[in-house]
Design a binder for this molecule. Sequence first.
Ligand code: KG4
Ligand code: ZN
Length: 339
Amino acid sequence: MKVLGIETSCDETGVALISDRDGLLAHRLYSQTDLHAVYGGVVPELASRDHVRRLLPLVRAVLDEGGVHGRELDAIAYTGGPGLLGALLTGAAVARSLAWGWEIPALPVHHLEGHLLAPMLEGEFEFPFLVLLVSGGHTQLIHARALGDYELLGESIDDAAGEAFDKTAKLLGLGYPGGPALARLATDGRAGALELPRPMLDRPGLDMSFSGLKTAVLTAVRKGGHAPADVARAFEAAVSETLVEKTRRALKQSHAPALVVAGGVAANATLRAGLERMARERGVPVHFPRAEFCTDNGAMIALAGLRRLQAGCASRAVDADGGPVIQARARWPLAELAG
Ligand code: KG4
Ligand code: ZN
């Protein structure tokens, strides 16, 4: 079985080809970072237009590298949501049109299901497990019982962890996207030079909050007297410790036998080390995606599509006039997948 995966939910154009027998056969990623950097954040209209430019050449390159013709595919999976609507629609239009032309099924994939399955690209493991999903748009603790059966246990009530990294990096005058730049700067910082709050750790429950931390950083920066590297280190420590502690509580509450960490912030070395230590203490195995598959990519969408196809979820939806149905959802709660 071979599935092509297409990711266009934000500012990365990702295309990949996966096989149930041989794993990942080819993958390509085009990042629009340079396009948006001058604006300090993603400009949705520019993102859509660039996906239009990049998609078909990437599809051709991936199929050529995999030695597969479109008609030999078993399905095309694409990110159906959540994300920027215009960007999602470019991927949906290309995926549905190619699938229609090649007479194969097309599968809308939930972007977050893609993220949480990404560690399986490194090797198989079984459900159930707890997921800490930490990206630019989401910070959630999810009990994943089976494919499509996801219970939200807690989430950030304001900024996502990645968003907090990006906004704090901006305060420190670092470029966009700020997460990796802030993490690099933090390696030069001194531990304990500045203490920042650990938001919501004093409260029960699994919800989190990161917007106050950004304000605490702003206050410290305005007051002056702190080296930017020390501020970066203090911020990274506060976010990591908060995430590690909430994850520890979620493991205890859910009795999940394994931990999966996914999303762009899963690439953060301090967070990884903290989670690994905590999981070791609890005797729970922890699975991370490889660094390049933490952030948005086509491989995770191809894998999620393959799993859904194996579970019998493909759709060949056509409009009343016989043309392909092109739809996407900007908002799409993960819990709705069970329905
Ligand atoms: O999952 P992702 O690619 O996009 C979303 O679906 O949101 O995550 C991107 C986020 C950005 O906020 C970026 O700054 C953050 O992940 N990020 C990091 C690191 N690498 C990426 N944050 C902290 N440390 C990193 N090493
Ligand atoms: Zn993402």
